[in-house]
Write a protein of this length. Structure first.
Lengths: 194, 108
C-alpha cells in the first residue's frame, strides 16, 4: 500500500520535471514565456520539489520496511512534503515576484522581454528581414505627384464608424447586417475619377 | 471599402424560426455596399458606389448571393425546391413581407 503511495509520489516528482518545461508558456510577468520569477524562483523550486518528492517517496518505502508505527511516520513525511511543496512552489515565487520583481520590473524583465521579441520575430520569419531607409528626397515627391491616383486612393475612412453607418442606413431591419470585407482602395476603377 | 450583407435568421420573428426557414429559405446574404475610401458627402456620410438591394451603382454584380458568413458557421442547404430568400420588395409588415421576390439560386 505504501508502495503505491510511493509510486504516486514518484509520478508527482516526474510531474515537477515536466512543469519546469511548461514554464516557457508561463503567462506570469510582462511577456508570455519564462520571466524573471519563472527562471530565478519557480524553476529552482520545481527542481527542488522534484528531488524532495522523489526523496519522500524513497523514505516512505524505507519506512514501510523498517518501522512498525508505519502510519504515523508516513503521515509526518507527507505533511512535511506538502508543506515544502507549498512553500517552495507557491509562496517563494510569489514573494520574489511581489517584492523583488515588481518594484524593479523593467530592469529585471528586460532580457526576458527581449527573448520574447526575438523569438516572435523568428517565428514569423522576420529575422531575415533587412530594414532599409526609405528615400524621402525630392525625387520621391516628384514621383508621387506623377501618380495622383495613389494619393486620391489613400484611405481616409476608418472602417469601424463606416460599418456602423452602413448598418444604420443600408441594413434591412437588422436582418441583413453588414460585415466589412475590404477596406483598401479598389485600383481597377479607372472610370472613377472625381 | 466594401461590406457584404449577411443574413441573420435568428433575428427574425419568433414565429418565423422554423427549420425550413433557417436551413432552406434564409440561406444566403445578398448584396454589397461599396464606397470610395476618401470621399464623404456634405453631411459626413459615405458616398456610395454600390448600395441598396439589389445592388445598384457604378458596377454590376452578377452574383450577389453570399453563402459564407462571419456571423455563424451553421450549415444551410442550397438549391432545393424551396425558393431561397434574397430580399423583400414591396410593402410588408414587420414579420412577413407581403410581396417578396423569391428566386432560385442560379449556378454559374
Amino acid at each position: 500500500m505504501s508502495i503505491l503511495g510511493a509510486f504516486l509520489l514518484l509520478l508527482v516528482a516526474w510531474q515537477y520535471r515536466l512543469d519546469a518545461y511548461q514554464l516557457v508558456y508561463s503567462t506570469r510577468g510582462a511577456a508570455t514565456g519564462a520571466s524573471y520569477t519563472d527562471v530565478h524562483a519557480q524553476l529552482p523550486a520545481y527542481n527542488l520539489l522534484s528531488l524532495v518528492t522523489a526523496a519522500t517517496a524513497i523514505l516512505i518505502v524505507v519506512t514501510a520496511y523498517l518501522r512498525s508505527r508505519l502510519w504515523r511516520a508516513v503521515v509526518v513525511l507527507l505533511v512535511i512534503w506538502f508543506g515544502i511543496s507549498i512553500l517552495a512552489g507557491n509562496v517563494y515565487p510569489g514573494l520574489i515576484q511581489r517584492f523583488q520583481v515588481s518594484p524593479n520590473e523593467l530592469n529585471l524583465e528586460r532580457p526576458y522581454i527581449a527573448n520574447n521579441i526575438e523569438f516572435t520575430r523568428r517565428a514569423f520569419d522576420l529575422h531575415t528581414v533587412e530594414p532599409v531607409d526609405y528615400d524621402t528626397s525630392r525625387q520621391f515627391a516628384n514621383a508621387l505627384r506623377a501618380e495622383p491616383q495613389t494619393i486620391r486612393n489613400i484611405r481616409l475612412w476608418d472602417y469601424r464608424p463606416l460599418l456602423q453607418t452602413y448598418n444604420q442606413i443600408q441594413a434591412l431591419r437588422h436582418i441583413t447586417p453588414l460585415t466589412m470585407l475590404m477596406s483598401t482602395a479598389i485600383r481597377s476603377m479607372a472610370n472613377y475619377n472625381r | 471599402m466594401l461590406a457584404a450583407h449577411e443574413l441573420a435568421p435568428d433575428r427574425l420573428n419568433e414565429t418565423a424560426q422554423t427549420w425550413v426557414n433557417r436551413k432552406l429559405v434564409y440561406t444566403h446574404g445578398y448584396g454589397v455596399a461599396v464606397s470610395p475610401v476618401a470621399q464623404v458627402t456634405r453631411d459626413g456620410l459615405p458616398e456610395f458606389l454600390l448600395k441598396d438591394l439589389p445592388p445598384t451603382g457604378v458596377m454590376t454584380v452578377t452574383q450577389p448571393q453570399i453563402y459564407f458568413r462571419e456571423i455563424s458557421n451553421d450549415y444551410v442547404i442550397a438549391r432545393t425546391d424551396e425558393p431561397e430568400f434574397d430580399y423583400p420588395r414591396g410593402e410588408g409588415n414587420e414579420t412577413t413581407p407581403l410581396c417578396c421576390r423569391y428566386r432560385h439560386c442560379d449556378d454559374p
